[in-house]
Each structure stands twice: as C-alpha cells, then as structure tokens.
Design a protein around this ligand. Structure first.
Ligand code: FMN
Ligand code: 173
Length: 388
C-alpha cells in the first residue's frame, strides 16, 4: 500500500459527494475570505483585512504569484510524494506553518483563537508561530500543541527584563525557536483602522502575555483587572523596541533556541544576520500591513535565498493556496507561512475550519507535485521557474 498522500483528501471529498455529503467549508480563498468577513466583528475584520496606505503592496504580494510559473517534469516517479522538511534538526511532516497573527485570539467566536489554532497545529502537524500578542498566555497555548512543535514570535519590549522573561517563558513552555519580528516596532499607516480609530491592542485586547508576567506587573500599581486603562497605557510605553544590529548580541545571549529574524528582504541584511549568530531568515513584508509601496515579498525571495546559503529561509506575504506555496518553494523557500487565510478559516469554523483549510492547501500542493512530476520538496526546489 502506498503511504497516505495529502491528495487523498480530494478522493474523500468526491466519495462523500456521491453520498450527498456536501463540504462544510469552501475550497477556494475568495469564498473563504467572503465567508470569514460575514462572521467577524467589523473591527476585527477591518484589522485583519487592512494594510498600509492604499494597500498597493498588499495586493502586489498576491499578484506576484501570477508573474511566475513552474515548468513541469514527467516520468519521474511522483506517484508517491514526500512533503516533509527538517528545520533546525526538527522533522516536520509538511513545509507549511501558521504565521504569527497577534489578533488571532479575536478571530474565534469565543475570543480564544490562540488555543484553537494550537489545537489545529496538533491535528495537522503544521506549526503555529505564536505571536507575543495573545488572548491566552503562552503557557496555556503551548499546552495544546500535542506533538507538533511551536515557535514563539517575539515583539521585543523596550524593557529588557521583560524581553528576557518572555524568552525564558517560551523556552520553559516548550517552544522550539524564537522569531524576532523587526518591521513592526511601530504600527504602519493603516487608513482602514485610522478611519475608525481601531487598534485592538490599545483597547487592552491580546495582552495576556504581558498581564501574566511578573516583570510587567511590577511596573503597575494595580492589577490589569483593577485598572485596565493604566495597564494598557503602560503596555504602550514598553511595547515597541526599534532594535539595532548590536542588540542582536544581547538577544542571542538570552537563549540557545534557534533565532530567526522576521521582516528581512535585503541580501546584505541576511549576511549581517549570520554574522550575529542568527540561525534562520524569515523573508516577509508583513503582508503589506507595515510599509506601502514596497516590492512584493516574492520578488525579493530569490536574492534572500541566495545570500542565506545553508540558513533556512521561511517565507510569507501573499500565500493563499497550495500552488502559491509550491511557487515559493520552487523559488527557494524552506518553509511557507499561511497568514490571513487561516484567520478567516478560524472565523468560519474554529479549529475544524483551520484543519480544513490546511488540509486543502496541502492536498493542492501534494497533487501539484504529483502532476508536475516532483516527488520531493528537494525536486520542487530544483524546478525551473520562469517569469510569465
Ligand atoms: C491581523 C494580522 C495580525 C498580525 N500580527 C502579527 C504579529 O503579531 N506578529 C508578526 O510578526 N506578524 C504579524 N502579522 C503578519 C503575519 O505574520 C504575516 O507576515 C502576514 O500575514 C503575511 O501576509 P498575508 O497574510 O497577506 O499572506 C499579522 C498579520 C495579520 C493579517
Ligand atoms: O497588526 C499587525 O500586523 C501587528 O503585527 C501589530 C502588532 C502590534 C501592534 C500593531 C501592529
């Protein structure tokens, strides 16, 4: 018997269809986004859907995937596929991961989306990169990962002791790597949210990691429960640290876990990262939420990959489907981040909706590898990609 292939999901769906069982959730991104938009509260939707400026970069991220095509190869035994990768010595069954999304907690109807995503990670083997901004503390979220490794995304606070505490807590909770986000020490110019004065964190949402940390709490006279206003103002004082290269040496000294830098788009920055003992690069423009007018992240990926050499390169910004993931891998990404799509999937169906979305993306990727003749991700990575 051949091993289970993700593409068998397709057969399950057709077989169910014969028996009159109609799928609960959509299979294409446009329908998923529409369904998610109908159920999210307006202010969460505005925050998730929006980006910087007139959202030109956000749209360009998605459009970039239409500019490239993979050249298929035939007759080379792609009857069975292997989608596994190894990252920092950790074996993962697939090349996908879930990007850090600070308000993911709010995208679930019960406002405990971080836990629901952790459960989806456990069920699929697709790791969650958990944001610093959570509706539940990281210890609780990590307790639902099952056998799937989790990564912790650090928004480095200005208070160094608090940063050290977050890293230590992440290590104790069993997270397997730390992702330091560099492009969001201040919020981008986001007209959709500016029009309604909408910033969830400032209202005191998603700050549970801070509100459960002794180092943060000692800055307050009264607990966040007693005085939420004072707590969120204190958060605003310490939250965004505009790091410099030298600060990486301090961050490096905090942990032996693999460290990744998120937001890297220039090959010189890749080389400097290596000089500072960084283990992995995360190429991203934050889904066009931070700076408008920049290049699509996919367009800079090949240069970043070349400069990275043997360092793994994680990628996000514009991935909507399994075939998008295939292109990013063919252009050099080691692992590929799903962002906005899983937020909508969570809104539509909770953990179940996210598992459905991830299985669909993996099925599409797997079938594409079957049809295009790439039995392994190594073969796909070596595929010829041409500009359309
Ligand atoms: C609502 C929302 C919140 C986000 N919060 C974070 C965050 O807390 N930390 C972070 O590093 N990136 C955050 N990101 C950026 C994502 O990690 C990722 O870079 C981006 O979603 C990729 O773009 P895409 O979703 O359009 O594919 C957020 C993105 C969205 C949509
Ligand atoms: O919304 C975001 O993308 C994000 O990462 C963020 C986090 C905290 C404050 C502002 C923006």
């Amino acid at each position: 018997m051949p091993a289970y292939q993700y593409g068998d999901f397709q057969n399950e769906i057709y077989s169910a269809g014969i028996n009159g069982i109609v799928p609960k959730y959509p299979f294409d991104y446009v329908s998923l986004e529409r369904a998610g938009s109908e159920v999210l509260p307006w202010w969460v939707l505005s925050y998730v859907a929006g980006g910087a400026g007139d959202e030109q970069t956000q749209r360009a991220n998605v459009a970039a995937f239409r500019k490239y095509g993979i050249v298929p190869r035939m007759l080379n035994g792609a009857y069975e596929r292997d989608l596994s990768i190894s990252l920092f010595g950790i074996d993962l069954p697939t090349p996908l991961f879930m990007c850090p999304i600070g308000v993911i907690g709010l995208c679930a109807l019960d406002f405990h989306g971080d836990v629901q995503i952790a459960k989806a990670a456990a069920l699929t083997g697709v790791p969650m990169v958990a944001s610093t901004l959570m509706m539940d503390p990281m210890e609780e979220v990590a307790s639902h990962f099952g056998d799937t490794p989790g990564f912790f995304q650090l928004y480095t606070p200005r208070d160094r002791d608090l940063a050290a505490s977050f890293v230590a807590r992440a290590e104790r909770s069993g997270f397997k790597a730390i992702v330091i986000t560099l492009d969001t020490w201040t919020t981008g110019w986001r007209p959709r949210d500016l029009n309604t004065g909408n910033l969830p964190e400032l209202r005191g949402y998603c700050l549970e990691n801070y509100f459960t940390d002794d180092i943060f709490l000692r800055r307050l006279d009264r607990s966040p429960k007693e005085d939420l206003n004072a707590a969120r103002l204190e958060w605003l004082k310490i939250w965004g640290n505009s790091l410099q290269w030298e600060d990486l040496d301090w961050l490096r000294s905090l942990t032996k876990l693999p460290l990744l830098l998120k937001g890297i788009c220039h090959p010189d920055d890749v080389r400097r990262a290596r000089d500072h003992g960084i283990d992995g690069i995360y190429c991203s423009n934050h889904g066009g939420r931070q700076a408008n007018g920049g290049l699509p992240a996919l367009d800079v990926l090949p240069e970043v990959v070349e400069a990275a050499g043997d360092m793994p390169v994680l990628f996000d910004s514009g991935i909507r489907s399994g075939s998008d993931a295939a292109k990013a891998i063919a252009m050099g990404a080691t692992a590929v981040g799903i962002g906005r799509p899983y937020a909508y999937a969570l809104a539509v169906g909770g953990t179940d909706g996210v598992v459905h979305y991830l299985r669909s993306a993996l099925a599409e990727l797997d079938l594409l590898m079957a049809i295009d003749g790439f039995p392994t991700l190594r073969d796909l990575a070596a595929a010829e990609v041409r500009a359309v």
